[in-house]
Design a protein around this ligand. Structure first.
Ligand code: PBG
Length: 337
């Protein structure tokens, strides 16, 4: 028989009783300086182009890019991460447009740096997949397999071009072995010692990149499972982060974010350098789609998803909602009981 119930002595609900109390009881916060906005700049278009699977996100023209990035800077967003979308005819087997001085990504970085360089951090994705006609992140050997070490040479050339154009942070997203070390060495040899390397260390072969492939007009046939991580593997993600730190990464990253919070938390506990996470296109698309149906509260779901990523240990979150969240946070009026 259970004893007659006594009133509880321990009452954790005390710390939830009203908004003023809940504010000081809150363990995790999100601020604009915790956010980076990924952006797409397309070559050969004269008006921003909607991306069907990412409602609210566009492929930018140079003009609309600067305007949107400037808005993000006004709201206090920490950085913009730029992706270049070349014209289809500029793709080739080695992704040569990626390291071209007049390439779309190079020009975008230079324009952002000139317009906004002192107001927001200018960051660029360093990978070949948008620029190769086969859509892979590296170059291929005659058998059609990824040639890891030949790819490193392409990455080094791309790193130098992007850094000289004004990129302050390079996002190394190709998942080739040794990329962080070889890019660091190539930059240092050129005297580009201040360029920050953001290693996408634990980057998984994820179905949640689906909408991104639309966003950049990817040519990929097949998948990236010989270089990106198996979603089943946590220890391997932690090991990749350790190797990147040893090779000189300034920041390590987990990607996608929301389904990899365990990996993020472990890397946070072990990493001596900052840890970022990328809330990817599919994470964005799922919330937008459910909200469009009226099935979830859009703003609450957005803030909850990003708060959860921060709670698991991300210093900074790359999110397509960065500018909107910063606006929401800036608009929040002090709450009363
Ligand atoms: C590779 C890269 C990808 C993403 C960012 N960098 C695609 C891939 O690895 O297939 C995905 C980002 C997203 O889904 O939002 N350049």
């Amino acid at each position: 028989m259970s004893s007659p119930s006594l009133p509880p002595v321990l009452r954790p609900r005390r710390l939830r009783q009203n908004p003023v109390v809940r504010r000081f009881a809150q363990e995790t916060s999100v601020a604009p300086n915790n956010l980076v906005l990924p952006m797409f700049l397309a070559d050969g278009i004269d008006a921003p182009r909607a991306i069907a699977s990412m409602p609210g996100v566009v492929q930018h023209t140079m003009e609309s890019l600067i305007e949107a990035a400037s808005g993000a800077a006004d709201r206090g967003v920490a950085g913009v991460m730029l992706f270049g979308v070349p014209r289809p005819e500029d793709k080739d087997a080695s992704g040569s447009h990626a390291s071209a001085p007049d390439g779309i990504l190079t020009r975008g970085i230079a324009a952002l740096a000139e317009a906004l360089g002192d107001r927001i951090s200018i960051q660029a994705d360093l990978c070949l997949d948008e620029f190769t006609d086969h859509g892979h992140c590296g170059v291929l050997d005659p058998s059609g397999a990824i040639d890891n070490d030949a790819t490193l040479e392409r990455y080094e050339a791309m790193a130098i071009t992007l850094a000289e154009a004004g990129a302050e942070v390079l996002g190394l997203s190709g998942m080739m072995d040794g990329q962080t070390g070889s890019i660091r060495f190539a930059l240092d040899e050129r005297g580009l010692t201040d360029v920050i390397l953001l290693a996408y260390s634990a980057k998984y072969a994820s179905a949640f990149y689906g909408p991104f492939r639309d966003a950049v007009g990817s040519s990929l046939q097949g998948d990236r499972r010989t270089y990106q991580l198996d979603p089943a593997n946590a220890r391997e993600g932690v090991r990749e982060a350790e190797l990147d730190v040893a090779e000189g990464a300034d920041i390590v990253m987990v990607k996608p974010a929301g389904h990899y919070l365990d990996v993020l938390q472990t890397i946070r506990q072990e990493s001596p350098v900052p840890v970022w996470a990328y809330q990817v296109s599919g994470e964005y698309a799922m919330i937008e789609a459910a909200a469009a149906q009226g099935w979830i509260d859009r703003e609450r779901a957005i803030l909850e998803s990003v708060t959860a990523i921060r709670r698991a240990g991300a210093d900074v979150v790359l999110t397509y909602w960065a500018s909107e969240i910063a606006q929401l946070l800036n608009d929040q009026t002090p709450r009363s009981r």
